[in-house]
Design a protein around this ligand. Structure first.
Ligand code: GLN
Length: 197
């Protein structure tokens, strides 16, 4: 049987946290998954899924372009983006920097740094359709609009903070907060989607 492989984009942000949580999630689900760091075009090869951590979306975009990974990333079947990663997935972004691009894969409109400065970061318990989670928002974006095909998984004060979209064989999951800092909830959910468990 072909071995299972999930990549974590590893330029900056919560890379180690995502790797560890994905490994723990796989263990909880009793399946073997190789979790690899992705920094080159070559390491995108044969991935079942990619996780894009939070960090700085402008930097992530620049580094992915520099490494010539951009077009290949768009062809990955399953992508989970958290915070800056969610920005990377969005079709439309507000307050982008000059020349900033996204992968334009999910039909969502997202506003960068919409809660204000770093000091406006916060954390709180939220209910999601996957279960409860302690959600950590670090200079988080706000999702301003979701398309008809996008399923909302969690809201904070009426605003979408986690959602998913399936487009044919492609699957995308986005969270405005950092699920990797709290539990395996979102990673287990993502793994189940990727491997149709
Ligand atoms: N403010 C960052 C951006 O615009 C996102 C912050 C985060 O990923 N925690 O890319």
């Amino acid at each position: 049987m072909k071995s299972r492989k999930i990549g974590v984009l590893a330029f900056h942000g919560d890379v180690i946290e995502h790797i560890e949580v994905t490994q723990r999630a796989a263990k909880n689900l009793h399946i073997d998954i190789e979790v690899v760091s992705v920094r080159t075009k070559e390491s995108l090869q044969n991935l079942d899924a990619l996780i894009i951590p939070g960090g700085e979306s402008t930097t992530l975009h620049k580094l992915c372009e520099r490494e010539g990974m951009w077009e290949k990333m768009k062809k990955i079947k399953n992508i989970f983006g958290t915070c800056a990663g969610a920005i990377m997935l969005a079709k439309v972004i507000h307050h982008k920097t000059l020349g900033q691009k996204t992968l334009e894969l999910m039909d969502i409109e997202i506003d960068r740094n919409a809660y204000g400065r770093q000091t406006e970061s916060f954390d709180k318990d939220v209910k999601t359709s996957l279960g409860n989670i302690h959600a950590v928002f670090i200079r988080a974006p706000r999702i301003k609009r979701v398309g008809k095909e996008v399923k909302i998984l969690a809201r904070n004060e009426g605003e979408t903070i986690a959602c998913e979209q399936k487009i044919g064989n492609y699957y995308y999951l986005a969270a405005c907060f950092h699920p990797e800092l709290s539990s395996t909830l979102f990673h287990e959910y993502f793994i189940k989607k990727v491997y149709q468990m």
